[in-house]
Ligand binder design. Structure first.
Ligand code: UDP
Length: 246
């Protein structure tokens, strides 16, 4: 199989496949945090994040939400439709954590009265700043119609994922989405949905450190990073295919 590397990012390598409209996304074990100031590896992460993202993209597709996902030819590889990624990170929050607390003074763990949708400029040099809707339109990062659609899709995705993760015994605190435009200019959810891009809290734990089931274990040196990523995957797969009753 001839493949040429199109792009290498912090957590993934994107290869061109033999078909022009199909790319191969290879998930790496490499981990970075704080705008790549902290670097390391989480063994098995590539496979966990790929399998989790595949399962969640399938769940969203079944709910009528278009994604770039096609299939998963290997545990750490995903075939995806080629899309033009919008330079915007869409963050949805159900509970206050991370930068929302740092920037507003809200206490970590505050349940938000309704989900909050935020837009960040995907620009490493500028440090991915928070955008207002007017700034996003000023920079022409999306059209007004696309902006409306991003907001609507982000809230729909949140509803589906929040309900699903509750069944897994996990609270979906917040998460980041990326979107791309396909050849027909249709918006598709892209990139990944995984413990690297979501905050997950174990519903069975009340201790603020013990409940963390996401990349905050790596960011904050909480330990048990690999095993926690594996546990998230196990719980998700168990919900998708519950064990047969004897
Ligand atoms: N996030 C991400 N990539 C980024 C920034 C944030 O996947 O470049 C995710 C992060 O894992 C969390 C959510 O988006 O689930 C909100 O992150 P926040 O703004 O609180 O930033 P942080 O506190 O991680 O700096």
């Amino acid at each position: 199989m001839s493949q040429s590397k199109r792009y290498e990012g912090k957590a993934k390598i994107i290869y061109q496949s033999e078909e022009p409209e199909i790319l191969l996304s290879h998930f790496k074990d490499d981990a970075t945090a704080f705008n790549a100031q902290k670097q390391g590896q989480i063994l098995g992460k590539g496979e966990v994040n790929c399998r989790l993202s595949a399962a969640l993209f399938e769940l969203l597709e079944a709910a009528g939400i278009t994604t770039h996902y096609i299939d998963q030819p290997a545990p750490n590889q995903m075939r995806v439709r080629a899309v033009k990624i919008l330079p915007v990170e869409v963050v949805v929050r159900n509970i206050a954590a991370g930068s929302l607390c740092r920037q507003t003074g809200l206490s970590q763990g505050t349940v938000l009265p309704s989900p909050l949708v935020e837009f960040y400029f995907k620009n490493d040099q500028l440090g991915d700043p928070l955008l207002t809707r007017d700034r996003l339109l000023l920079l022409e990062l999306a059209t007004p119609e696309q902006l409306e659609q991003l907001q609507t899709m982000a809230l729909q995705i949140n509803q589906h994922l929040k309900t699903f993760f509750e069944r897994c015994g996990i609270t979906l605190v917040d998460f980041k989405l990326e979107f791309g435009l396909d050849q027909e200019q249709k918006l598709r959810v892209a990139d990944e949905i995984s413990p690297d891009t979501c905050r997950f809290w174990d519903r069975a734990e009340s201790d603020p450190n013990a409940r963390v089931m996401d990349k905050d274990r790596f960011r904050r040196d909480l330990g048990e990073v690999e095993s926690t990523y594996q546990r998230v995957l196990e719980r998700v797969l168990a919900q998708i295919a519950p064990p047969l009753q004897s």
